[in-house]
Design a protein around this ligand. Structure first.
Ligand SMILES: C[S@@+](CC[C@H](N)C(=O)[O-])C[C@H]1O[C@@H](n2cnc3c(N)ncnc32)[C@H](O)[C@@H]1O
Length: 170
């Protein structure tokens, strides 16, 4: 907890954060209880996303969130269709983050202010249904012998890219 919020109630902290949240959202697919979700939620709190969306199974392992889920809006969507409808209703630009054939390097991309950054799960990555509703898919450059990084780490890089572009670049 940062010093500023020491002794505040949870409700007061959430209300205060709601005044300054960034317009981007993040989402992760959860068809097999992905263990990265806690880290995604923790990163979403650090970079102050508007909300975190879990698409698929409702239950997720909260340990990695380190209680940051208490200060974030975490929404559940049972399937990609209902998630897409939410994105349309909220006028969000659904952006996939994955290394698929045809992915564009994130390092060269300009993320929209109203981005919904979507991460796939360990193993399969973004589902075909999710890929079909993404306006763009961006990949993070890697140089070692592993094919991918985990979704929690990828979420931190992507969220910080949004922060760098919208809070620091002119
Ligand atoms: C372990 S990866 C899934 C496997 C991946 N689709 C593959 O082809 O090997 C889990 C998720 O982490 C994110 N991810 C991992 N490495 C990435 C990279 N280099 N660029 C973009 N996203 C990445 C994506 O959201 C991905 O769906």
């Amino acid at each position: 907890m940062v010093d500023r919020y020491r002794y505040w109630t949870r409700e007061a902290i959430v209300a205060d954060l709601d005044l300054i949240r960034h317009p981007f959202h993040v989402a992760i697919e959860n068809w097999q209880h992905d263990f990265n979700i806690g880290t995604v939620v923790r990163n979403a709190n650090a970079f102050l996303a508007s909300a975190v969306h879990i698409v698929g199974k409702r239950r997720w392992n909260r340990r990695g969130a380190m209680v940051t889920d208490r200060y974030q809006h975490v929404m559940h969507h049972p399937d990609v269709v209902s998630f897409a409808a939410y994105g349309e209703q909220m006028d969000l630009d659904i952006i996939g983050i994955d290394l698929l054939p045809g992915s564009v390097p994130l390092e060269t991309a300009r993320l929209p202010s109203n981005a919904m950054l979507v991460f796939g799960q360990e193993g399969p990555g973004l589902s075909d249904a999710m890929q079909s509703i993404c306006s763009d898919v961006y990949s993070i450059a890697q140089y070692g012998s592993t094919r991918s990084i985990n979704a929690g780490v990828a979420s931190g890089i992507a969220m910080h890219t949004w922060i760098r572009q919208h809070k620091f670049d002119s």
